[in-house]
Design a protein around this ligand. Structure first.
Ligand code: C2E
Ligand code: CA
Ligand code: CA
Length: 816
């Protein structure tokens, strides 16, 4: 930049149409560049170099033509010639700068460093182009340093911003992208133009030193429009080119991408996949398929599908082949099969045969197979657990019902089912604990299994200590009883638990299809009824269900409901049976015996309804009614001058163990006004299982002053020493000894022993059930004077007792 001594500067003028045109060129060029960076960064190999060359040429050319048009828009008062070599040089500079800049930023990922150096290179290219281009003017130019610097700065900032914008847009994919690109094209165009005109402003054109002789003289305006026009067309074409190539390559890569996706799906699939064509040739397979059958990949290669069929387990082979062929007719097949793996294990498969269609025609199919061995195994395990008892491994209730249902559905002849219940299992469970209870049940289960081994019987455990058996063979009364009895025998053998031998027994009820029930529920219920009947009659045995049993049961159920109302409806009443002293036939006591006058069934005996009352808990209210009524009657007799004798009242076991029994008896005595000494309570041996507890209760009762009588004596097993410790006033010899006493010398001996023992222990003795003179004679001969029995009197209504036994006091009326 030289300054001449005489300051002869020329003032230039601008053609504004061309200025605007130059701006348009700059914008289009910028826009093209933004698009190109995108292309370059997404291309590979020689494509990339091509785009790079093309891009830098387009960009360089664009920037250059903008510059040149800008130059031409400026006219000086004198014509200016251009040095063509320098013009070409300026083009080279800008194209080179663009190339390097695009090379740097046209990568997938770039950092700030690349961006800045790329921007600087681009800016130097543009600046070099501008000032070299100016130098082509054959006129002396000097530059104002400030504006010169500003123009360079603008070039740098504009380049960096432009590159940054292009990178910014190459990532992200929104639908405003094109518009944003255009916007940044406008900004960048403005920057390039700004740089140019700032540079122009920096220039001072000198009049002296003009060299008009050399260099080309150009028709400025025409030239400018030609250059700008050609550039625009070139750039426009390149934009179209980019657009088309974009569309084309993106479609191409979409296909490529989706193919890759499918390939990955195929190769990495956990299911084994084999592609088979119409000639049954294996044309593709994945790793999982090889693993499934246990062969190396090359073993499947070029094989026919027949290679696989022999591996299918024999029973499924034909079916599998059929399914495979069916899919080739175009219908997808889904089924389960199994094959033998090369290492010998059986692999369960879930298979899909999917036909492959091309233009509506089946060209082959995919065999997609999944290993479901584990699934199947765990399903079977769950199935097994759902249908079997954990403790014994036997079928459970659910399974038994299923099998029974099946048997009913398919049976052509009668068959039997048995319900077995262990007697006294609760005792083992309670005294040894659940662990031993479980061991015991397992032992029971294996004993039954041993007995039924070899015969067609389904044994199952219904829960607790209840087992059921289904005999699949046609019913036969004899063999069924034999089977039941041998089971009972096996169960009754001792069990060694905790170093002790334990003895249990079992009760079995048997029901026969179809006579004892036409469905599973009815059959089981009736077998149950039969089993309970065994329990009721002393357990340890078996019995067949019968209609009568059921009728009894039904009746019992009916009675239970009626009994609940009987007390309120005053259907209960008492009979009194006198106890007579044989020497003078005087009444020395009475036993109160309850009766029930049922509205439909007439008078019912206590042997029928007392057990029901005991089972249902009604015994408490029934028992207290009896007590109150008996005390009341005896008090009335005493008050009316009757004999001062006690009344005996039977206590059931539940009453005996009732809490505050003593208090409750006091209350009744007070209420009725009867003196305690005139009340006698009859209890049985069986109520006194636990001597400590019973002594306690009995002590409390005798403290009240009431008397205790031991009923049905001789039927239990109480030892004599044990009786000695208890406050018992009276023994009642059971009727069963009396009835045979005339013929049975054994019974006679027992009775004699009881009598002498009682005398020894200072107890009263009463003989029950004396019906004949002979019986009476034997007893009196054995020193038993007190007699209760039909011989003297049946149980009687209170009035009849008065009439028949209150003989001396004839004036007594009906009382009570
Ligand atoms: P138990 O206490 O042994 O009563 C004697 C039973 O023998 C009475 O039967 C009586 O009628 C009967 N009997 C008496 N002498 C003879 C005889 O010479 N020959 C025959 N064959 N039988 C005779 P009943 O009244 O049917 O009572 C049966 C059982 O019912 C009683 O046996 C007793 O255990 C129970 N019972 C009766 N009333 C009550 C009561 O109020 N409460 C309780 N808990 N049980 C009662
Ligand atoms: Ca009695
Ligand atoms: Ca008795």
């Amino acid at each position: 930049m030289s300054h001449s001594m005489d300051h002869h500067y020329m003032q230039g003028t601008y053609d504004f149409a061309l200025v605007a045109f130059s701006y348009i060129v700059a914008v289009v060029a910028s826009f093209t560049v933004l698009d190109l960076v995108d292309r370059i960064s997404s291309s590979r190999g020689w494509h990339r170099w091509g785009w790079l060359a093309f891009g830098s040429a387009a960009m360089g050319l664009g920037v250059w033509s903008m510059h040149f048009v800008g130059m031409l828009a400026f006219s000086l008062p004198v014509p200016v010639a251009y040095d063509m070599v320098t013009v070409v040089l300026s083009v080279v500079a800008v194209v080179l700068g663009s190339f390097i800049a695009l090379f740097i930023v046209g990568k997938k990922k770039i950092g700030w460093k690349q961006l800045l150096s790329g921007g600087f290179l681009l800016a130097s290219g543009i600046s070099a182009m501008h000032y070299v281009g100016m130098d082509a003017m054959q006129i002396h130019i000097t530059y104002k340093p400030l504006y010169f610097a500003i123009s360079i700065l603008i070039a740098v900032v504009a380049s960096i911003v432009a590159l940054w914008l292009s990178l910014y847009f190459s990532s992200g994919k929104d639908r405003w992208r094109r518009w944003k690109k255009l916007g940044s094209g406008l900004v960048m165009g403005a920057a390039v133009v700004g740089m140019h005109y700032t540079g122009m402003y920096a220039a001072e054109f000198h009049t002296i030193g003009m060299d008009e002789s050399s260099g080309a003289m150009l028709d400025q305006k025409l030239l400018a429009y030609v250059i700008a026009g050609v550039t625009l067309v070139t750039l426009g074409l390149s934009l179209v080119g980019i657009y088309i190539s974009n569309r084309f390559t993106s479609k191409e890569s979409e296909l490529e991408v989706s193919e890759k996706w499918y390939k990955s799906l195929f190769e990495n699939n956990q299911d084994g996949i084999i592609a088979v064509d119409l000639d049954y040739r294996i044309i593709g397979f994945n790793e999982a398929a090889c693993e499934l059958v246990g062969v190396k990949g090359d073993a499947l290669h070029n094989q026919k599908v027949d290679f696989i069929f022999p591996m299918i387990v024999e029973e499924e082979r034909e079916y599998t082949q059929q399914k495979f062929l069916a899919s080739l007719s175009g219908v997808l097949q889904r089924y389960e099969t199994a094959l033998y793996h090369q290492d010998g294990r059986r692999v369960e498969l879930s298979v899909i045969n999917a036909p492959v269609e091309l233009n509506g025609e089946v060209v082959g199919n995919y065999i997609i197979a999944r290993d479901i061995t584990e699934d199947k195994r765990s399903k079977e395990k769950i199935q097994h657990q759902a249908h079997h008892d954990e403790l014994t491994g036997l079928p459970n209730r659910r399974r038994f019902n299923q099998i029974l249902d099946e048997q009913i559905r398919s049976s052509t002849s009668p068959f039997a089912i048995m319900v077995l219940d262990i007697d006294r299992f609760k005792m083992i469970n309670d005294s040894l604990g659940h662990t031993y209870g479980d061991i015991f049940l397992q032992e029971v289960s294996s004993r039954i299994q041993k007995v039924v081994e070899g015969s067609k019987v389904t044994l199952s455990r219904m829960g607790g200590d209840e087992f059921t058996l289904l005999c699949h063979d046609s019913f036969d009364q004899h063999s069924t009883s034999v089977l039941a009895e041998s089971i009972i025998r096996q169960i009754s053998l001792p069990y060694r638990l905790k170093d002790n031998d334990f003895y249990v027994t079992a009760s079995i009820g048997i029901a026969v299809y179809p006579i004892d029930g036409e469905d599973a529920v009815e059959l089981l219920q009736n077998a149950d009824t039969a089993m309970y009947e065994v329990k009721k009659n002393g357990k340890n045995g078996c019995r067949f269900y019968s209609r009568e049993l059921n009728e009894q049961l039904q009746e019992k159920i009916g009675l239970e409901a009626d009994l609940r109302r009987a007390i309120e409806q005053e259907e209960l009443f008492l009979y009194y049976q006198p106890q007579i002293r044989s020497i003078d036939s005087r009444m020395i006591g009475v036993e109160a015996l309850v009766r029930w006058n049922h509205p439909d069934k007439g008078v019912i005996s206590p042997g029928v309804f007392i057990p029901i009352a005991e089972e249902t808990g009604l015994i408490y209210s029934l028992g207290s009614w009896v007590l109150r009524e008996a005390c009341h009657q005896m008090k009335a007799w005493h008050d009316a001058g009757g004999p001062l004798i006690p009344v005996s009242v039977n206590l059931s076991s539940q009453q005996f163990h009732q809490e505050n029994l003593a208090e409750y008896i006091i209350a009744i005595l007070e209420e009725t006004g009867l003196d305690a000494q005139y009340l006698e309570l009859e209890i049985t041996e069986s109520m006194m299982m636990d001597p400590v507890v019973s002594k306690d209760i009995l002590d409390k009762l005798t403290d009240l002053g009431v008397r205790i009588s031991l009923d049905d004596f001789g039927t239990g097993y109480s030892s004599l020493s044990y009786l000695k410790q208890l406050p018992i006033h009276k023994l009642k010899i059971d009727r069963s000894f009396i009835s045979d006493i005339v013929k049975n010398t054994n019974d006679k001996a027992i009775v004699a022993t009881i009598i002498s023992m009682a005398q020894h222990l200072n107890m009263d003795v009463v003989a029950e059930g004396i019906e004949t003179q002979e019986q009476l004679d034997i007893l009196t001969h054995n020193d038993c004077q007190k007699i209760q029995g039909y011989y003297y009197s049946k149980p009687l209504p209170a009035a009849d007792v008065e009439n028949a036994f209150f003989v001396p006091q004839r004036n007594l009326g009906r009382l009570g």
